[in-house]
Write a protein that binds this ligand. Sequence first.
Ligand code: PLP
Length: 437
Amino acid sequence: MGLKVEAERGVGAAGPLNVEEIRKDFPILNRVINGRRLIYFDNAATTQRPIQVVSAIARFYLLHNANVHRGFHTLSQEASEMFEEAHEVLAHFINAYSWDEVILTSNTTEGINLVAYTWGLKNVGKGDEIVLTVMDHHSNMLPWRKLAELVGAKIRYVDITDDGLLRYDQLEEVVSERTKVVAFPMMSNVVGTMNDVKKIVKIAHSVDAIAVADGAQWVPHAPTDVRDLGVDFLAFSGHKMLGPTGTGVLWGRRDILEGLEPFKCGGDTIKDVTLDSVVWHDLPWRFEAGTPNIAGAIGLAEAAKYLMRLGMENVREHEKELLRHTFKRFEELGDDVVIYGPKDVEVRGGVVSFNVKGLHHHTVGKALDLFGIAVRTGGHCAHPLHYRLGIKGTVRASYYIYNTAEEIDEFVEVLKTIVRLKDRLAKEPVEDVCTGG
Ligand SMILES: Cc1ncc(COP(=O)(O)O)c(C=O)c1O
């Protein structure tokens, strides 16, 4: 495959984001919810999709639809080409060495399970250790715990500081000759901390452990270069970066991937099968069993192109600006509101988790919805982190390319009203449902 999309990597895409123009691509942002124009601050859960992504999916279904890798007819050839090109675009998005190191998955969760059940089952044994962090999402915690249970390995956790920074000193202590895997979030979906990925990789590699990066929150929001970062595996989700739900990527180092057998077996994973033998397919098809989400892959590639045109440096700068504005405006809320995580925007992504003292997080979330503001409340699939912080849940506002300082101003004004009505709101019954388990 050629390098048709090299120019689209966004290197040199100049200047700050033109948010007014960007917003025109997202008709959903004009919706009126409870009498107010929607303020969508739930981007860490899932982002919105621009017209370009929806059109790419529609175009595929309306004009090119066929199964891939299964026919010589024109439509099948077109579909196969578009599907393969999607791998190529995504490879460029993360600066992979080659398109065939990009395995399309259904989400981050599947990517991490793939590594645990292929590389993990082959290489981790009784008495070995897997190092995780207390800030991990359940999706980067439970697959490793299951693996440990299956093979008799031990899980070791690295703590955070009270500011939500990873305890690198503890990581160095915990990692030993017994460590086979260090799995970590590049960015926390709760406290927003952006971890020092290269430092973690260096520590993992010092004992020949592999470094598995959960990029679910980082990749959509900041430049990602797998060559530079040095990780062994990187998983991320399409729906958190303008792409369709049910799409994601697992990137892996070629030399490691080539030594692995499929996670799921079936059609497309093989070169040949007899009644008693099988020859596995080349990368990445060996790991993409069955008819894939073809339209999803095409939509995800379109999303990556959209972001590359904006330039990921510019996306990151925009979110830093929104964070600075949030911290400044939140000062007006005084002691009634507690924000979790580091205040330094250089080590924090655009995720702001907080609580209003005296109010349940769900009460605050419901009240915000009455003003058209969409946030997420609960444990955010990171219960151990909340227990570490001594709380049961938080309210989380999370930003993306289409959010503005004016929206944050409106958000803070509504929060002031919520604080003012705190005593009354505290009497509202709370349905303490477990959201984000
Ligand atoms: C840090 C982190 N890891 C993993 C995931 C899981 O992503 P998905 O549900 O798309 O598999 C999420 C989702 O919120 C996340 O925030």
